[in-house]
Write a protein that binds this ligand. Structure first.
Ligand code: SF4
Length: 65
């Protein structure tokens, strides 16, 4: 699984952080998404997929290997 985040599209809603706090954070300036630890994406696969579905801006892209 690969995960990418489009910070230009992100509107800072924070759903991703609520859904998978080990994977996502928001920056202090604009509240836009930051991927914290790409190393746990596979480990947290279900939550990462859910975060991508819940993101109101469709800013998260999950690609299955
Ligand atoms: S849920 Fe989507 S819009 Fe909200 S912070 Fe995460 S990536 Fe950005």
């Amino acid at each position: 699984m690969r995960l990418s985040a489009d910070r230009d599209t992100c509107v800072g809603a924070g759903m991703c952080v609520l859904t998978a706090p080990e994977v996502f954070d928001q920056d202090d300036e604009q509240g836009r998404v930051v991927i914290l630890d790409p190393g746990v994406v596979d480990e947290r696969a279900e939550a990462v997929r859910e975060a991508a579905v819940l993101c109101p801006a469709a800013a998260l892209t999950v690609t299955e290997d």
